[in-house]
Ligand binder design. Structure first.
Ligand SMILES: [Zn+2]
Length: 445
């Protein structure tokens, strides 16, 4: 018998592994009565439980006999710290919401302590919803990185960039120097990495965007940016630059396989072809787009051109949660509704958008996004032994259409358990709750 650190027995496992992705039958995509052997944070083996109990003995053994095990969900776009602005302003279009509510609140409240607490709140919420990795864009990113490290979650920290001054930096040079210092600090970290995060084409001018293109190419880092979020953004760009924003980014050299273009609700056929030819990635944030009435990302048209689509929640200020299971559900339904096609974005492909597709977009698909031998043990366990979750015919469809985040019981990142029976093991959830209520009382009197 070979000794391993952790052995997880699962009645139902959806590995999302590439070698079975081409099958059309969901039954072939689900493993029944299999076990996952974990050693040094990685998946050493996945095999039938009857074989696993013969082959391995383990320090820790977990038996999930009324659960579904999936790869940890990846939130491909958020602003974690903004969780403290959950529900701050409702029922407004993007620019009114930003200019008259969000930006003034940020001016007033955002500092290191805000980011520390807001990020803890977001990570706590994400872990309790089965999220094992998030792609972030916000100020005081040093604090976000520290909190993510402490929590043990996988995180891509945006080196945020704007033309205008904020509490965090006074000009593009200072945003760059802070971002690059953070990248230097974390470049060898196993879980926390940096990405370039120019906010949007309408908030960053050409010279700093050109610098991002040069540095991203040199350092081989992804570029995470809001693009084509609204029709107004397109009109403004045509007025100011005589081109649509995506074309402007392309002229600067930013449209390539390292691009994570967030939102993309306004796309013509030429632009879809451009995204396809350049292997750029699109991050779909359906609930944020719906709430701000920004438009609909044409997910099925993108899929028809083999464009990689991931899904993100966006911030709690426009969503109002960090619930990736709910986002997954919305993404699947909205794609069908928008395309008048019930077969659009089938359940397995929707689940790909929140797991392996996001890992591909972030350049970490060698490490995570599916449960495969050699990959990091990043996984979420979902309890189905409750009346709201029974009966179950098809585990994949069940996850997409019939699962709530409060069914997530246990979560692992890199072989370390971060959630056990809905209790956080690396963050103090009572303390985060108490501090959040206290912060709200302070700002709301
Ligand atoms: Zn956003």
């Amino acid at each position: 018998m070979k000794q391993v650190q952790t052995l997880i027995h699962g009645t139902t496992i959806i590995p999302m592994s590439d070698h079975i992705k081409n099958t059309e039958d969901d039954n072939d995509r689900v493993l029944s009565h299999h076990s996952i052997a974990i050693q040094d944070g990685r998946i050493l083996d996945i095999l039938p439980t009857s074989d696993a109990t013969q082959k391995y003995s383990s320090t820790t053994t977990l038996d999930y006999d009324h659960h579904i095990i999936i790869p940890g969900l990846i939130n491909a776009h958020t602003h974690a710290a903004m969780s403290l602005f959950r529900g701050l302003a409702h029922d407004l279009p993007l620019m009114d919401w930003l200019e008259n509510h969000i930006w003034p609140a940020e001016q007033k409240w955002v500092n290191e302590d805000f980011v520390k607490l807001g990020t803890q709140l977001a990570i706590a919420e994400m872990l309790r919803g089965g999220v094992t990795c998030f792609n972030d864009m916000y100020f005081f990113a040093e604090e976000t990185a520290q909190i993510a490290t402490k929590a043990g979650i996988r995180a891509h920290i945006g080196m945020i960039l704007l033309d205008f001054p904020t509490q965090y930096a006074k000009n593009p040079d200072e945003y760059f120097s802070k971002g690059l210092a953070l990248h230097d600090q974390f470049k060898t970290h196993p879980l926390v990495k940096c990405t370039f995060a120019p906010h949007a084409p309408y908030t960053v001018s050409n010279a700093p965007l050109e610098r991002v293109a040069m540095l991203a190419n040199e350092l081989e880092l992804p570029v995470h940016i809001h693009v084509h979020e609204t029709q107004d953004e397109i009109s403004q760009s045509l007025d100011q630059h005589n081109v649509r924003p995506l074309q402007r980014l392309h002229d600067i050299g930013l449209v390539n396989s390292g691009l994570l273009a967030v939102h993309m609700t306004q796309l013509d056929d030429n632009e879809i072809n451009l995204l396809s030819e350049t292997n750029a990635n699109v991050v779909h944030c359906p609930q944020s787009n719906l709430k701000l009435a920004s438009g609909f990302c044409p997910v099925q048209k993108l899929r028809d051109q083999n464009i990689n689509v991931a899904v993100g929640t966006d911030s709690c200020a426009s969503n109002d949660d960090q619930d990736m299971l709910s986002e997954l559900h919305t993404a699947a339904l909205l794609t069908k509704g928008v395309s008048y096609n019930a077969a659009a974005l089938p359940a397995y492909d929707a689940l790909r958008c929140t797991t392996i597709n996001a890992a591909i977009a972030l350049g970490i698909d060698q490490d995570t996004g599916s449960l495969e031998i050699g990959k990091s043990a990043d996984l979420a366990v979902i309890d189905i032994n409750m009346l709201e979750a029974q009966p179950m015919y098809d585990p994949i469809g069940h996850i997409v259409y019939a699962t709530q985040r409060n069914q997530v019981t246990d979560v692992w990142v890199a072989g370390k358990q971060l959630l056990s029976n809905r209790e956080l093991l690396t963050l103090d959830q009572n303390e985060i709750l108490a501090q959040t209520i206290q912060w709200h009382q302070k700002v709301n009197h």
